[in-house]
Design a protein around this ligand. Structure first.
Ligand code: BG6
Ligand code: MG
Length: 210
């Protein structure tokens, strides 16, 4: 029963993993190698630049810094073509009601995401209004599992870490929350995220009875 809630974006509020997958796969194929769903799993919570580094590594390809910049830009352009089509129907189950109940209950709410596209996605899906603070990949340099993104969100909301509850779907994100001294609700299938305090398949499982 914490006064402050911090939400990861991709995989917790919206299902963008498949968009990331398609854009990275297109890039990998263009470079002459494949990119699997299992590899995509390992990129959850990982920043765009670090994701690219891993993919090039997996493909056994090396690129200059300037080329990497262009490749990351290309991937993001393809990703944004898909994001442009997003609406409230792309929210994961229970998200709208859960955010509504939390804000009615007086919770302070922040985003804690590695994505630089977070503000756009919150606008497209119509949930920006629920957020008292936003911390995303535009202002945080240290990637999860470093706790910086969540500590920064706690600071913006004006609460110490122990008053914050984090909602995460990535292993690295759960580790980041724990490193920051916060409890964490894992979003995932049974058996996933063993370090999370509680595991649910989606936010609809946490709704108060009406
Ligand atoms: C995270 C996703 O939320 O954001 C990662 O889980 C993604 O897959 C990262 O790479 C960065 O996203 P973006 O939108 O800045 O490319
Ligand atoms: Mg996520």
């Amino acid at each position: 029963n914490r006064p402050a809630y911090i939400f990861d974006l991709d995989g917790v509020l919206v299902d963008t993993a498949v968009f990331h997958y398609q854009a990275w796969k297109r890039l990998a194929n263009q470079l002459g190698f494949d990119f699997t769903v299992a590899q995509n799993e390992q990129l959850k919570g990982v920043s765009r630049v670090e994701s690219l580094e891993k993919i090039l590594d997996w493909g056994g390809v090396s690129k200059t810094e300037a080329e990497k910049l262009a490749l990351a830009q290309q991937k993001n352009d393809w990703y944004l073509e898909m994001v442009a089509q997003m609406t409230a129907s792309d929210l994961l189950p229970g998200v709208l009601d859960f955010l509504g109940q939390a804000s009615s209950a007086g919770k302070k709410i922040s985003l804690g995401s590695a994505s630089k596209n977070a503000p756009l996605i919150l606008e497209k899906t119509g949930i920006a209004r629920f957020f008292d603070a936003i911390v995303d990949g535009n202002e945080v340099t240290l990637s999860k599992p470093n706790p910086e993104v969540f500590l920064c969100a706690a600071r913006k909301l004006g609460f110490p870490p122990e008053d914050c509850l984090v909602f995460e779907d990535a292993e690295a994100g759960v580790a980041a929350a724990i490193a920051g001294g916060m409890d964490v609700i894992g979003i995932g299938e049974e058996g996933a995220l063993p370090e999370a305090n509680v595991l649910v398949s989606d936010l609809s499982k946490l709704l108060q009875e009406k």
